[in-house]
Design a protein around this ligand. Structure first.
Ligand SMILES: NC(=O)c1ccc[n+]([C@@H]2O[C@H](COP(=O)([O-])OP(=O)(O)OC[C@H]3O[C@@H](n4cnc5c(N)ncnc54)[C@H](OP(=O)(O)O)[C@@H]3O)[C@@H](O)[C@H]2O)c1
Length: 324
C-alpha cells in the first residue's frame, strides 16, 4: 500500500495500545479519526494533547455495537485499525454478552462499515490468545500463523481468561472469513502480553498483570512462559502491516518468551525491595509463538530489557509501583 499520509480510523483510540498507535500515526502525518465511547470523559484527554492532535486528530463517539456510530467515524478513511475490544481485568458476569458480542459483532460492524465506505485496508488487532491455546500443537514446534486456539478446549476449561481467548479467536476467524467472502483487504495482528509505558491515565489489564508481579498479589505462581512485546513495537507492527502492500493474513507479534521465574529473577536483581512471588509450580513444556512472518515483513523490536526498564521507570514516576 505504501500510500504515505492519508486519513485513517483507529477504534478504541483511548486504550493502551491504541493511544500509542494514534501517537505514531500523528507523528507520521496521518489524519486520524479516533473512536472513543465518550469524547468528554477526562480519561481521553491525553489524546487531545498528543503532538499534531489539534490539527489532525478528530474524536468520534462510537460503540462497537452501534453500527451507525462506527460508520460515521470510518467514512472518508482509506484505512482502519480496529483495536477496540473488551480486555477485562478479571472475570465478567456474562462473558457471552460482555466479551463475545462486542468482540465478534463489533468486528463485523467495523468490517461492514469499511466495505460500505470503500476502505482500502483494515488491520484488526487480535491476540496470541487466538493462537496458543491449542493442546494438539507439538510443544517443541514454534507456533506459527497456522496455529489457532481450540475453542472447544477453551469452553471446557473453567479458567475465566479463556473466555477472552474465545472472543478474540472467534472475532479473528470471522474477520478473515469476512475478507474471503467479500474481498475486503483485512490483515490481522496477534500481539502477546503487551507491556511498556502508558500514555493513558487509566490502568489497563496487561499492565496490571505486570504490576501484580511486584506487589505480592502472586505468592505462588505457575512457572509458565509469558511472551512479551513492547506497546511501541505493537504500534509499529500495526502501521507496517497497514503500509506493506504484500502483507496478508495473520501476523504473530510476540518476540520475547520468558519463563516467569527467570523474569522475576531479572526484576529482583534490577529492582530489589518489591514483594515478588516466592514459589513456583512447574508446568509441562509449552510451545512458543513465533514472530518470524512479521520479521520477514521488516518488523524490528526493542530488547526485553529496554521494555522492562522503560515500563518500570514509568510505573515508578507515575506512582503506580510503590516499594514495600
Ligand atoms: N494489552 C495486551 O496485552 C494485549 C495483548 C494482545 C491483544 N490485545 C488487544 O489489543 C487491543 C487493545 O487492548 P489494550 O490492551 O489497549 O486494552 P484497553 O486499554 O482496555 O483498550 C481497549 C479499548 O477497547 C474499547 N472498547 C471496549 N469495549 C468497547 C465497546 N463495546 N465499544 C467501543 N469501544 C470499546 C475501550 O474503550 P473504553 O475506554 O470506553 O472502555 C478501550 O479503548 C484489544 O483488541 C486487545 O484484545 C491486547
Amino acid at each position: 500500500m505504501e500510500q504515505g499520509e492519508g486519513r485513517v480510523c483507529v477504534t478504541g483510540a483511548g486504550g493502551f495500545v491504541a493511544s500509542w498507535l494514534v501517537k505514531l500515526l500523528l507523528s507520521k502525518g496521518y489524519m486520524v479519526h479516533g473512536t472513543v465511547r465518550n469524547p468528554d470523559d477526562e480519561k481521553n484527554n491525553h489524546l487531545k494533547s498528543l503532538e499534531k492532535a489539534q490539527e489532525n486528530l478528530q474524536l468520534f463517539k462510537a460503540d462497537l455495537l452501534d453500527y451507525d456510530s462506527l460508520y460515521a467515524a470510518i467514512e472518508g478513511c482509506s484505512g482502519v485499525f480496529h483495536v477496540a475490544s473488551p480486555v477485562p481485568p478479571s472475570s465478567v458476569a456474562n462473558p457471552e454478552t460482555e466479551l463475545l458480542e462486542p468482540a465478534v459483532r463489533g468486528t463485523l460492524n467495523v468490517l461492514k462499515a469499511c466495505s460500505e465506505t470503500g476502505v482500502e485496508r483494515v488491520v484488526v488487532v487480535s491476540s496470541t490468545g487466538a493462537v496458543t491455546l491449542n493442546p494438539n500443537w507439538p510443544p517443541n514446534k514454534p507456533m506459527d500463523e497456522d496455529c489457532w486456539t481450540d475453542i472447544d478446549y477453551c469452553r471446557k476449561s473453567k479458567v475465566w481468561l479463556n473466555w477472552y481467548c474465545i472472543a478474540k479467536t472467534t472475532a479473528e476467524r470471522e474477520a478473515l472469513k469476512y475478507a474471503e467472502n467479500t474481498g475486503l483487504d483485512v490483515v490481522t495482528v496477534c500481539p502477546s502480553y503487551v507491556f511498556g509505558p502508558l500514555l493513558q491515565p487509566t490502568m489497563n489489564s496487561s499492565t496490571q498483570v505486570f504490576i501484580d508481579l511486584f506487589n505480592g498479589r502472586f505468592e505462588t505462581v505457575e512457572n509458565s512462559i509469558w511472551t512479551i512485546v513492547d506497546v511501541r513495537d505493537v504500534a509499529e507492527a500495526l502501521l507496517l502491516v497497514y503500509k506493506k502492500k504484500e502483507a496478508s493474513g495473520r501476523y504473530i507479534c510476540a518476540p520475547h518468551p520468558v519463563q516467569i521465574h527467570s523474569l522475576v529473577e531479572k526484576l529482583k536483581s534490577k529492582y530489589p525491595g518489591y514483594n515478588y512471588p516466592k514459589s513456583y509450580i512447574e508446568v509441562d513444556p509449552e510451545a512458543k509463538p513465533s514472530s518470524e512472518k512479521l520479521k520477514r515483513l521488516g518488523w524490528e523490536c526493542r530488547s526485553l530489557e529496554e521494555t522492562i526498564v522503560d515500563s518500570v521507570e514509568y510505573y515508578q514516576e507515575a506512582g503506580i509501583l510503590i516499594k514495600d
